[in-house]
Design a protein around this ligand. Sequence first.
Ligand SMILES: C[S@@+](CC[C@H](N)C(=O)[O-])C[C@H]1O[C@@H](n2cnc3c(N)ncnc32)[C@H](O)[C@@H]1O
Length: 375
Amino acid sequence: MSTHQRSDIMLSPGGEQPGREESTMEFAMKMFDIVKAGFVCMAMSVGSRAGLFEAMGRLEEPATCQEIADAAGMRVRYVREWVGAMATSGVIDVVDVEKETFFLPRHRIPILLSQFRRSVTPFCQLADCFAQATGEVVKCFAKDGPTGVPYSTYSTLQDVMYLVRRSHHEDTLVDHFIPTIKGLQEKLESGIHVIDIGCGRAAPSLILASRFPNSTFYGIDLDPKAMAAATKEASAEELTNTCFETHDAAKLPADWSNKFDYVTAFDAIHDVAFPEDALSEVRRILKPGGLFSLVEIKGNSKISENIGNPFGPVMYSTSLLHCVPVSMHFKGGKGLGTIWGKQSVCSMLQEAGFRVLGVMDVPEVPEECHYLCQN
Ligand SMILES: C[S@@+](CC[C@H](N)C(=O)[O-])C[C@H]1O[C@@H](n2cnc3c(N)ncnc32)[C@H](O)[C@@H]1O
């Protein structure tokens, strides 16, 4: 065995006994766990979208499939199969074997009901959303195939991203994230212009606009439907200090030069086809001395340095199924990928002319990294 192959085994996450050869059967079991998790993940997404976890959360006693179906107002034949997938994978418990009753223990509710910050089911829905594109992604591998996949393929993306983000930002943005930037809270209270780039359905802007009524919160995104949804939500929340517009981050309105005091980009720049242009636009629209918070997935630029990163498998898969294809769909698109990594992020920021004031953890969000920059 070559040194190179040997080091692959030594570096394998979960290879708890370094130095011992992994058997074929051990590897097969590891692979089976991955396959099983993929199937269960899809069943969890279906249950989450259908409202079954919520229905089980409302049931205070163990229930049969018929009782669960009745409580949820659903067809028992489908509920039974879903219960089977959940019970055999340990997501819900079998309580009475004779009567076949099932229960969702209370401590699992925050992990399974999508409105909770620590819920995993929005991520199941995200995987489900990306699964819509697998056929098209396969074609992209061919040298004469398409270079990428259009956003239109991911029909549920914006709604699912909003589900993934909103409760997270609600719990962390104002109380934990903003205070990490010295003096920002006071400026937001007195009134400044803020813009979020690639904002999707604009969860952060909506939250900040409600908390800081003297400031004005803009958001831009390529997706007009996301902008319409954000505008609708702002009006439902009776916010008068927001403005959501459809623009390409790489080509912002000419009259926005020196307009903003603070710019944010949450998990968006790596999806942009021309990120260098977007960063130079951020500099143009920022006032001199203005701040830019670039939040990206934490990781190193080299794959080998991400082995053991617990978020690595999810992030590289997200990148493969969505981030790279949507960026490279545009002719000449860069396709940075989700884990373009600290080294590449810092060098692109510096090349754009930013002063990187700090590279920080994002409080309460271990998979993300905050690059605080000044114009
Ligand atoms: C992963 S999502 C993140 C959305 C949001 N910031 C969040 O944290 O939920 C990336 C967003 O970037 C947007 N986007 C991609 N390329 C863009 C571009 N060139 N200009 C503006 N927005 C873009 C996408 O439409 C998408 O809403």
